[in-house]
Write a protein of this length. Structure first.
Length: 204
């Protein structure tokens, strides 16, 4: 993961942890005032999570007799907070993995900001959805004559996703989700990266 994304990840995590710490302090010092505060700061409305899955790059393979993959192992770290029982905001950092393509390697990273929603179907089960934007960075290397353009690109593109969440402990839940990110690749317009993943969330 490159330096700008590592810095974004650090800011994301630090901000959410600070939010959790200040929320706990306020709850202990002034329970009456706490009850009157927005639900965004109530225990359980904020979370941090980790996901692992598979990314489908859905890119052209070029020409020639070069080995080519289409899927890669991906990782994501995210942190979010709900404004109420249904809507909130999430920040995330994603490593979409790398694939062998055109005699070289294609890889992508992204920093995501999304409006998130949940639909509680029971006390322990939620349907999830989100829509937002991803600032992505892509790096492509290739062999001459492969038909795959090499180079680096970065920029913003739309993103969206759906999923489901099961709470198996008061502060811990399992998440299954599918997300799509549209990232810029050198020599092309934005291309779709689809990621199916499973993960864990800790609520505080």
């Amino acid at each position: 993961m490159n330096a700008p994304l590592r810095r974004a990840l650090a800011v994301c995590c630090t901000s959410l942890l600070a939010l959790g710490a200040s929320s706990a302090a306020l709850a202990q010092s002034s329970p009456t005032g706490w009850d009157r505060m927005t639900s965004m700061y109530k225990p359980g409305s904020s979370y941090i999570g980790f996901n692992v899955g598979r990314t489908d790059y859905s890119l052209g393979n070029g020409t020639g007799l070069f080995r080519s993959d289409q899927t890669a192992t991906s990782y994501g770290l995210n942190a979010g907070a709900y404004f109420n029982n249904y809507l909130g905001l999430e920040l995330g950092v994603n490593d979409f993995g790398d694939v062998a393509r055109g005699g070289g390697t294609t890889q992508a990273y992204g920093f995501n900001v999304s409006l998130i929603g949940k639909l509680p179907l029971s006390p322990s089960f939620n349907l999830l959805g989100k829509v937002g934007a991803t600032y992505g960075r892509t790096e492509v290397s290739s062999s001459p004559g492969s038909g795959v353009v090499a180079g680096k690109e970065d920029g913003f593109g739309p993103s969206y996703g759906i999923g489901a969440e099961y709470l198996f402990a008061p502060n811990v839940s399992a998440v299954v989700q599918y997300d799509e990110h549209w990232l810029k690749f050198v020599g092309n317009d934005r291309e779709r990266l689809g990621t199916a993943s499973v993960g864990l969330r800790y609520r505080f």
